[in-house]
Design a binder for this molecule. Structure first.
Ligand code: IVH
Length: 720
């Protein structure tokens, strides 16, 4: 048994279903009918157990094909022996016909809502704890109250009714008193057992398990991709998607939707002894075979609640599903009873929300921004809205096709989303709220900044301003990129200053930056004498750089930091790079045709060559690591990829040794890789190298290769 299996076995209340192991023998008419009955039962149990491992424990132990074989065999037996068909058979998950409407269900125990604490995390939890203590008559000298802290799942509440262990009804919350009977649809959720696992104990006569039907984010994305591919409507977010999927009148549609479920409480219960605490109750529900979220924690007193809230806030974006907050519940069921209810909310529970990651707002305008490479990006100008913890006024619409796909019009009400540090995005349009005078966006034919023609290549999504460095917007962005921390690192040259330098025509190209006097700089708005002096010093300092930074700073389309490094290491000097032809460029590992074209066209443009000459003239210089092309070493023309931790050298050190010996180091394995240098705990690189049959080296073997001819040469070059 491997680790996952062992864990699954320990966690698995439905383990008994695996013993005796079901053995797959061909079915035959010659079986005694009791044999067939037993076989059908064994198949059902095995399938239920595999569903449980797959959908609840997330730890399957058989391949999909084996599962399908079991399923088909059961289907066949049931077809041959219809008298054996039972409602809790896994083949009956999708059974019924489409309904004209959902029948109403009256909840015998109402489905309540929870009071929402709107205060900050600390005062919210303290206020709740203080209320609970006051209502229980506790004083400061009494011990802290025990709570159970859970996640607040963002889906829709349902109640699952099991009678004598069999799922008989699934209902939505509705108004809390009356919901909709969605039993047929609920039965299609394979995370929800059709029969409770009670081992050999008597199941409860009635138990209503309550919880949230939701959709995982990855399932939601995949579903939307599928919907889009088949030209059907897409969903704005996982919650809408879950609600829309569960409330389908045709259960066959719901069955195709990837819905999940977490249990968080109980409704009516008869014939079952309630545990002492909410936590124990959730554990019992888990043992019945239903999914209960693992993040739940017992928390003693308000401080522990606050810690839970903070902890979850940090991991919120990396959860596989959406939550909109956390829920605190008094753990003891006896104390819950003592606290009772205030109108429609229990006094023993409170929801503490996180800032919403989605809000409604309106699109006041759609602007077009011009980037460094001239790319035009439509940006929605929004009525200010507080979302994801900040006020958002802009949201990118990416490109023309995206605007069309989402059909965003000026005047529309839209849902904006901002999760974590991600750039705010327009998720969807609320088409019901579209005003009559909403205007369709059109990509301008002329650059909104410089008036040059806008071009969009066949088959490309992006449109570009053809003005290049004539376009002030592109010039500004190009200068900012040039000055960036990872490029020439000119401290203090921010967007406000670049803006003025370009608008006042003090700077046309990067080389002009180095011709600015302290007086020029001091004449700018918001530029004190001292800052002007600092900026002058920063410019001077930036003149000493590295070849890779300089190449990156040039802002060649498609040449990022890593490519700039590859180019610097491969060609060793700027002249070698500037004179390289297409073949020479493509010979660099990691450089493909598109990049090579872009590099060639950059260096063939006279304006760019002039700027480079001017930059050299003002004294930009760098130290080349090695003139790889001119000084052959033992590793010349060999390309290496590193993976794992080496016994004596750091990665940087190993890279340096390889480069000094004339070799190259690239980030990922391709057919052009000659060797993979492997240390301890290698990544997936090793498997890929083995698949491509690339020779593997360890550190000692590398050192032997280098030392064979120890002729490393480091040349220093300035003012190329
Ligand atoms: S307990 C009596 N626990 O939040 C308390 N509700 O206003 C009943 N929700 O629509 C609810 N996660 O669907 C509870 N861990 C959780 C929850 C949760 C999400 C939803 C629930 C209901 C709303 C409560």
């Amino acid at each position: 048994m491997n680790k996952t299996e062992k864990k699954a076995a320990q966690d698995s209340p439905r383990d008994s279903l695996f013993s005796p192991q079901y053995s797959s023998e061909p079915s035959s008419q010659s079986f005694m009918s009791t044999d067939i009955r037993e076989k059908v039962t064994a198949l059902r149990n095995a399938i239920a157990a595999h569903d449980y491992r797959y959908y609840v424990l997330d730890a399957p132990i058989i391949a999909d094909a084996e599962y399908d074989a079991l399923y088909r065999e059961l289907q066949q037996l049931e077809a041959q022996h219809p008298e054996l068909i039972a409602p809790d058979s896994p083949t009956r998950r999708v059974g019924g016909r489409p309904l004209p409407e959902f029948p109403a269900v009256r909840h015998t125990v109402p489905m309540l809502s929870i009071r929402t604490e709107t205060d900050t995390e600390a005062s919210g939890a303290r206020a709740f704890d203080a209320r609970v203590r006051r209502e229980l008559g506790l004083t400061d000298s009494d011990p802290p109250v025990a709570y159970l802290a859970e996640l607040k799942f963002d889906g829709l509440a349902v109640s699952l009714r099991y009678e004598n262990g069999v799922l008989v009804q699934g209902a939505t919350r509705g108004d809390g008193e009356t919901g909709e009977n969605v039993t047929q649809n609920i039965r299609t959720l394979r995370a929800i057992p059709l029969r409770l696992n009670t081992d050999n104990d008597q199941p409860p006569a009635v138990i209503e398990i309550r919880g949230e039907v939701y959709m995982r984010r990855d399932d939601f994305e995949k579903l939307n991709d599928r919907q889009r591919a088949s030209g059907e409507k897409t969903f704005a977010n996982p919650r809408n998607s879950a609600a829309g999927s569960l409330r389908q009148l045709d259960p066959a549609i719901t069955a195709k939707r990837p819905l999940s479920f977490f249990a968080y409480g109980l409704g009516e219960v008869t014939g079952w002894k309630l545990p002492a605490t909410h936590g124990d109750m959730l554990d019992a529900i888990e043992r019945f075979g239903l999914p209960v979220d693992k993040h739940r924690r017992r928390a003693l007193g308000a401080d522990a609640l606050i810690a839970f809230h903070q902890n979850i806030a940090e991991s919120r974006d990396s959860l596989p599903f959406d939550i909109d907050g956390v829920v605190y519940k008094v753990d003891s069921l006896a104390l819950q009873q003592q606290l009772g209810f205030a109108t429609r909310e229990p006094r023993w529970a409170v929801a503490h929300k996180y800032p919403a990651q989605e809000q409604f707002t309106t699109v006041q305008h759609i602007d077009v921004q011009v980037g460094r490479t001239g790319r035009l990006t439509p940006v929605a100008k929004l009525a200010p809205v507080f979302v994801g913890g900040v006020t958002v006024t802009n949201a990118t619409l990416h490109n023309e096709d995206e605007v069309k796909r989402k059909d965003v019009r000026i005047g529309d009400t839209v849902i904006v989303r901002r999760a974590g540090d991600v750039i705010p995005e327009v998720v969807a349009v609320v088409s019901e709220r579209r005003p009559e005078d909403a205007r369709v966006f059109e990509m301008p034919r002329q650059c909104p900044v410089c008036g040059s023609a806008v071009t969009r290549e066949e088959g490309e999504v992006d449109a570009y301003c053809s003005g290049e460095l004539y376009c002030p917007a592109q010039r500004k962005q190009a200068l900012l990129h040039f000055a960036g921390r990872r490029a020439m690192d000119i401290e203090g040259l921010g967007d406000k200053i670049v803006e003025q330098l370009v608008d006042k025509a003090l700077v046309q190209s990067a080389a002009d930056l180095y011709r600015l006097t302290q007086n020029d700089l001091a004449s700018l708005d918001r530029m004190a004498e001292k800052s002007a002096a600092n900026l002058c010093a920063a410019l001077e300092k930036s003149k000493h750089t590295t070849l890779e930074r300089f190449i990156f700073a040039l802002g060649i389309r498609h040449v990022g930091e890593a490519t700039a490094r590859d180019l610097a290491r491969h060609f060793g000097s700027l002249d070698a790079l500037m004179t390289a032809n297409s073949d020479a460029l493509i010979a660099v590992p990691e450089i493909g045709g598109v990049m090579a074209d872009s590099i060639l066209s950059f260096f063939s443009e006279p304006r760019n060559r002039d700027v480079i000459a001017a930059l050299r003239a003002v004294g930009i210089c760098w130290q080349d690591v090695v003139a790889a092309a001119t000084s052959p070493g033992p590793l010349t023309d060999l390309t290496f990829v590193l993976t794992g931790a080496l016994p004596t050298m750091s990665r940087d050190e190993a890279t340096r040794r390889i480069v000094e010996a004339g070799g190259k180091v690239t980030g990922s394995v391709s057919k052009k890789t000659n060797y993979v240098l492997v240390g301890e705990a290698p990544g997936s690189t090793l498997a890929k190298a083995q698949a491509l049959k690339i020779p593997i080296l360890d550190e000692a073997a590398l050192l032997r290769m280098i030392e064979k001819t120890a002729s490393t040469k480091v040349t220093s070059q300035s003012a190329p």
